[in-house]
Design a protein around this ligand. Structure first.
Ligand code: GTP
Ligand code: MG
Length: 503
């Protein structure tokens, strides 16, 4: 079975955690370091699967639609000083199926002037024709036929909007459990998450129960480096809710302990607010007191505006994991710049095939840019490489400090949940996600168990561990597929095992 099939059959994930998050585990500097092999990647090429189509651009008939892909030559260049004035945040919408992620995303675009009334009317009619009246707002984000017909997001929708102080990239993840790999891809692009929870009677309960995607998405988001969450309690307008303070409080009180146990700091990282994505209440302006007299907190736009931008290093070595690529009078690669700054005219390396490339254009949101820094989701047009020689998971990298490529490495894992309380030992097979890499891997050996209380390595030899354990392992990526890329720095990261049905 190849990776694609494995994923489709419901494999969840093995995740890397940013070193900034503790999750109750210790930094890697307290554990033994190992040598990292750097074999020649070129030899291993050509045996891998096609990359997954993780992203879909939102093409609406709007003022703000993403024009860069369609007509890159006519877009305006952003003035560099203008560009610097506004901060930029990538926001992923996560949560259980039908919680209202696409509806809320669509409403944001409508309220921020990205979608006009005429388009909304057209969507209303189309939704009605499909007997999906209430889905018209979601149609702004759900652009393909299958998504509209079934009322379910499949691929991560992407759109842009701005407030006075911030440019936002919205990533609308699918909630359905079959599309968890796509959700992972969306979350790995994000700085912050909007966790959408339906307050409708029965819906909160289904989404929040064990196995529901409210829990799974939160754990995945945390492990993928989504440091902050806005939790929106949605569908407050629903007749079963009717802006009830009791229902809101009930949901908040049940979700808080779970978020805390997933590693979020309730004071610093999480903010709750009530919402109606469909009606648009408490979104751009605060909800009217006549409707919700008890709410004195911010509306969604205010909350988004007040989120702090994570620390980024524009002077670091260039690192851009490639999510997707296409031909457009040259080779264009898409991804989020994780470190460093890419400028027009730069010479860079595409790793692991060590191809020397030149940057001939950069597109940031819908605009052409002379340069782009960390945190930006961009498209970069390159010369020196053919589109078919690039796979998702490759990294656009600095020449002076190229990214290291390895097939084996040590990582610290926190075992969150194993299927059927299985034991975790050498030989365990899983799927590894690092940025845009999705790769089969195998646990070669367990090196040290970490005491969760003292956060120090335990003395006794470890042969297997169970749920809840923190353990340092030697991991090997499947050499039969592709030698994938791992920055040496990733040694400091934490991998969280969620569970792996299908193995
Ligand atoms: P997936 O993409 O499948 O995970 O779903 P989603 O979270 O994107 O949900 P979507 O936006 O497609 O909405 C699902 C249903 O909930 C639609 O019928 C929406 O009209 C309805 N809905 C969404 N938000 C609200 C809301 O604020 N109030 C009410 N009453 N219904 C809502
Ligand atoms: Mg959706």
């Amino acid at each position: 079975m190849n990776i694609d099939e494995e994923i489709q059959s419901g494999i969840r994930s093995l995740e890397l955690d940013s070193s900034e998050q503790s999750n109750g585990v210790v930094p890697m500097d307290v554990v033994k370091s190992v040598d990292v092999e750097t074999p020649d990647m070129m030899e291993e090429e050509g045996i891998i699967d096609e990359p997954q189509p993780d992203f879909v651009e939102v093409h609406t008939e709007t003022k703000g639609k993403d024009k860069a892909k369609a007509a890159p030559e006519v877009v305006e260049a952003i003035d560099e000083t203008e560009e610097e004035k506004k901060r930029h945040l990538n926001v992923v919408f996560i949560g259980h199926v039908d919680a209202g992620k696409s509806t809320t995303g669509g409403q944001i675009l409508f309220l921020s002037g990205q979608v006009d009334d005429r388009t909304i009317q057209k969507y209303e009619k189309e939704a009605k024709d499909k007997s999906r009246e209430s889905w018209y707002m979601a149609y702004i984000m759900d652009t393909n036929e299958e998504e509209r017909a079934k009322g379910k997001t499949v691929e991560v929708g992407r759109a842009h909007f701005e407030t006075e102080s911030t440019r936002f990239t919205i990533l609308d993840a699918p909630g359905h459990k079959n599309y968890v790999p796509n959700m992972i891809s969306g979350a790995s692009q994000a700085d912050i998450g909007v966790l959408v929870i339906s307050a409708r009677k029965g819906e909160f309960e289904t989404g929040f129960e064990k196995g529901g995607q409210t829990r799974e998405h939160v754990q995945l988001a945390k492990t993928l480096g989504v440091a902050k969450l806005l939790v929106v309690v949605n569908k407050m307008d629903d007749p079963t809710v009717n802006w009830s303070k009791e229902r809101y409080d009930e949901i908040e009180s049940k979700v808080i302990p779970f978020l805390r146990s997933s590693g979020y700091n309730m004071k610093k990282d999480v903010q709750f607010l009530p919402l109606s994505g469909l009606v648009g209440s408490n979104m751009k302006t605060r909800v009217e007191k006549s409707m919700c007299p008890w709410w004195n907190g911010p509306c969604l736009f205010e909350a988004l505006d007040s989120v702090e931008v994570p620390l980024r290093d524009p002077k670091g070595p260039v690192r851009m994991p490639i999510i997707d690529k296409f031909k457009d009078m040259g080779t264009v690669v898409m991804g989020k710049i994780e470190s460093g700054t890419i400028r027009e005219g730069d010479s860079l390396l595409v790793m692991p095939n060590k191809a020397h490339v030149k940057v001939i254009a950069i597109y940031c949101d819908e605009n052409k840019a002379k340069r782009s820094g960390p945190g930006e989701n961009v498209r970069v047009k390159l010369t020196g490489i053919e589109e078919e020689d690039i796979l998702s998971g490759f990294v656009l990298s600095s020449i002076v400090k190229p990214i290291a490529s390895v097939t084996e490495f040590n990582a610290q894992l926190q075992i969150v949940e194993l299927l059927d309380n299985a034991i975790f030992t050498a030989g365990y097979k899983a799927v590894l996600h690092i940025h845009s890499v999705v790769e089969e891997c195998e646990i070669v050996s367990l090196l040290q168990q970490i005491d969760p209380k003292t956060k120090k390595p335990m003395k006794k030899k470890v042969l297997f561990v169970k749920n809840g354990a923190v353990v340092v392992c030697r991991i090997q990526v499947n050499s039969g597929t592709l030698l994938k890329l791992l920055e040496l720095q990733l040694m400091e990261y934490t991998i969280i095992v969620i569970c792996f049905p299908g193995f």
